[in-house]
Design a binder for this molecule. Structure first.
Ligand SMILES: [Zn+2]
Length: 333
């Protein structure tokens, strides 16, 4: 985990937070794949550390730091839920009780709830009571990907922590630091911007090859026509991560829209630049936007309609149609 940490200088607010006195009820917001979880690790370590530095860094060697490294700090309680699972009231009741006890090792007790929106309504209400009147030396940190899903009464009790947004340049340096070759780090950082962990996890799982396979298939499709689109939809419907495909499509469509306006800044798929430029010029702008909207709406469509095959057919036919009128007029590039 520590190998994934960005240089501490990237988050100076931790220093001012400590100086001003840590809030007792805190909210950390970040999409999955951002470094928010790691910033929260840093914050809880420094909050529990016996001798944090004036820069707001944990000492790394006191009893508290050692217990955290071992994963057995008695003043830290983390409540989490697996993807799609809920956090039940029993866990929150236990946490409420945990917070009332005197700290055993450090100067405070620390509760972390992650992701906070996974709490059931009953669990959230149970936590609300503690947030209204936290015990002295009790600190509660809620991590959330979608804070709008939290009860408004809970949100209003929390102080939102300021986390840095990683810029593509920083993300690229960070990815290179993990051993990713510069050319790959470049397009990864442009595609995933503020989500370097997501980029890193994908890279580890073979994204370089998969991305190329998908892009080649997609960029060839307009020339091959609707029948090929239906065949590809059928093939992909079997075992394709649709949300990952969506991320790729969104970045390809964004590249096409930028190139259509002759903007070369922030192009993600630089290794396909020439082909994308040609395709951008022969694309119909309206269809580009319509296709983009369809892909943006995909998560909602998936909730309403579980027929992945049909959905993919529609999406890929729509992709092909971006260039179909030009084809009919015989102006393919
Ligand atoms: Zn320490």
């Amino acid at each position: 985990m520590s190998a994934h940490r960005p240089p501490p200088a990237e988050w100076q607010p931790i220093q001012s937070l400590l100086q001003a006195g840590l809030p007792q009820a805190m909210l950390a917001v970040g999409e999955s794949g951002t470094l928010v979880g790691q910033y929260c690790d840093d914050l809880q370590q420094v909050a529990l550390c016996f001798a944090p530095s004036t820069q707001g860094l944990p000492c790394g060697s006191c009893r508290s730091c050692r217990l955290l490294a071992e994963g057995s700090h008695p003043d830290l309680l983390v409540i989490t839920a697996e993807t799609g699972k809920r956090i039940a009231i029993e866990l929150v009741r236990h946490a409420n009780e945990f917070l009332t006890f005197t700290p055993q090792v450090s100067a405070r007790r620390w509760l972390r709830v992650e992701p906070a929106e996974a709490m059931t309504a009953a669990a959230a209400n149970a936590l609300l009571k503690t947030l209204e009147e936290p015990a002295a030396r009790a600190h509660i940190l809620l991590l959330s990907e979608r804070p709008s899903q939290l009860l408004a009464t809970i949100r209003s009790r929390l102080q939102r922590l300021p986390f840095p947004v990683m810029r593509p340049g920083q993300c690229m340096v960070w990815l290179e630091g993990l051993g990713i070759p510069p050319a790959e780090a470049l397009w990864l950082s442009r595609q995933f911007e503020n989500r370097p962990l997501r980029a890193w996890q994908l890279w580890e799982s073979g994204w370089v090859t998969l991305r190329q396979t998908w892009i080649d298939a997609l960029l060839n499709l307009p020339q091959q026509g609707p029948v090929a689109a239906l065949r590809l939809a059928d093939h992909w419907a079997k075992d394709t991560d649709l949300l990952l495909l969506r991320e790729l499509m969104l970045s390809l469509l964004a590249d096409l829209l930028r190139l259509r306006n002759h903007r070369l800044d922030n192009i993600v798929h630089l290794d396909y630049l020439q082909l994308l430029e040609a395709m951008a010029q022969s694309a119909q702008a309206i269809s580009l936007w319509e296709t983009l909207e369809d892909w943006i709406r995909l998560p909602e469509s998936l909730v309403q309609n579980r027929n992945v095959g049909m959905m993919l057919e529609t999406l890929l036919l729509s992709w092909v149609s971006i260039w179909s009128r030009e084809k009919a007029h015989g102006i393919t590039s």
